[in-house]
Design a protein around this ligand. Structure first.
Ligand code: SAM
Length: 238
C-alpha cells in the first residue's frame, strides 16, 4: 500500500487534478459544510503558515511592486493576499484544476480592490519555471517529494530568486510521533500520494549547496498539521 507506481510527479499531478483537488479545495476554502474535524484543523494550521509567510515577507518592507513567484500556488491562499497588497505575483501549479480555481478566486477577491495587481497564472511544474523574481515562495509542496527530488526543487527555486526564498515543509524530527497523523492528510481511497517528511538539516544543506542560507525560521503546529517555515537568502547578501 505504501509503494506507488510511476513517477511521484505524475502521481501528484493526477491526484491534484481530481480527488486531491476536490479535497484540498474544501480544506483551503471557508465553508464548513462537508468538512470534518481533521480537515478543519488542517485548514487552521495551513492558514497560520500563510499568515506567518506574509509576516516574514512584510518584514522585509512593503510588498507593492515586488515580483513574487508562488510555486505550487494551489487555490491561491497566498497568491491572493500578496496580490491584494500590490505584489506582482506569478502563480503556477502542476494542476490545471488548481490554477483554474486560483484564478477564479483571485478575480472574485481582487476585482475593484484598489492597489491590487491581478496575478499571472500558469499551469507549470515548478521544475520548469523560468525567469527571475525578487521573491520565490513554495508552501506545502515539498511534502509530496522524496529528499533527492526535494533537493533538486530547492536548487531550482533558489536559481529563480534574487533576494529570498520562502519554503515550508513537514519536519522529519517528529517522524515517529507524527507519521500517523500526517497520514490523515491522505486518508482512505484518496490516499493516492504519500507524504514525505524532510529533516531540517537536509533542507539547510540543500540551500547551502547552492549558496543560500536560512535567515528566518518558523514552526506551525496544530493537532494534524505541521510545518517548518524557512526564509533563505543568498550567503553573499547576508
Ligand atoms: N502552496 C499552496 C498553499 O499552501 O495553499 C498549495 C499547497 S498543496 C498541499 C500542494 C500543491 O502543490 C498542489 O496544488 C499541487 O498541485 C502542487 N504541486 C505538487 N507538485 C508540484 C510541482 N512539481 N510543481 C508545481 N506544483 C506542484
Amino acid at each position: 500500500a505504501e509503494v506507488v507506481g510511476g513517477d511521484d510527479k505524475d502521481v501528484v499531478r493526477v491526484y491534484f487534478n481530481k480527488t486531491g483537488f476536490e479535497r484540498w479545495k474544501k480544506i483551503y476554502g471557508d465553508a464548513n459544510e462537508g468538512v470534518n474535524r481533521v480537515q478543519l484543523d488542517i485548514r487552521l494550521g495551513h492558514s497560520e503558515t500563510v499568515e506567518n509567510t506574509l509576516a516574514m515577507l512584510r518584514d522585509g518592507g512593503p510588498l507593492a511592486g515586488i515580483s513574487v513567484c508562488d510555486a505550487g500556488c494551489g487555490t491561491g491562499s497566498l497568491t491572493i493576499p500578496l496580490a491584494r497588497e500590490g505584489a506582482l505575483v506569478t502563480a503556477s501549479d502542476i494542476s490545471a484544476s488548481m490554477v483554474a480555481e486560483a484564478e477564479r478566486q483571485a478575480r472574485d477577491a481582487l476585482v475593484g480592490h484598489s492597489g491590487a495587481q491581478m496575478p499571472k497564472f500558469e499551469v507549470k511544474d515548478l521544475e520548469s519555471l523560468e525567469g527571475k523574481f525578487h521573491t520565490v515562495v513554495c508552501l506545502d509542496v515539498l511534502i509530496h517529494y522524496p529528499q533527492e527530488k526535494a533537493e533538486a526543487m530547492i536548487a531550482h527555486l533558489a536559481s529563480l530568486a534574487e533576494s529570498r526564498l520562502v519554503l515550508s515543509f513537514a519536519p522529519k524530527t517528529l517522524y515517529y510521533n507524527l507519521l500517523k497523523r500526517v497520514g490523515e492528510l491522505f486518508p482512505g481511497p484518496s490516499k493516492a500520494t504519500r507524504a514525505y517528511l524532510h529533516a531540517e538539516g537536509d533542507v539547510e544543506r540543500a540551500l547551502r549547496k547552492v549558496g543560500w542560507k536560512v535567515n528566518k525560521r518558523g514552526f506551525i503546529t496544530t493537532q494534524f498539521y505541521f510545518a517548518k517555515l524557512f526564509e533563505a537568502v543568498p550567503v553573499s547578501s547576508a
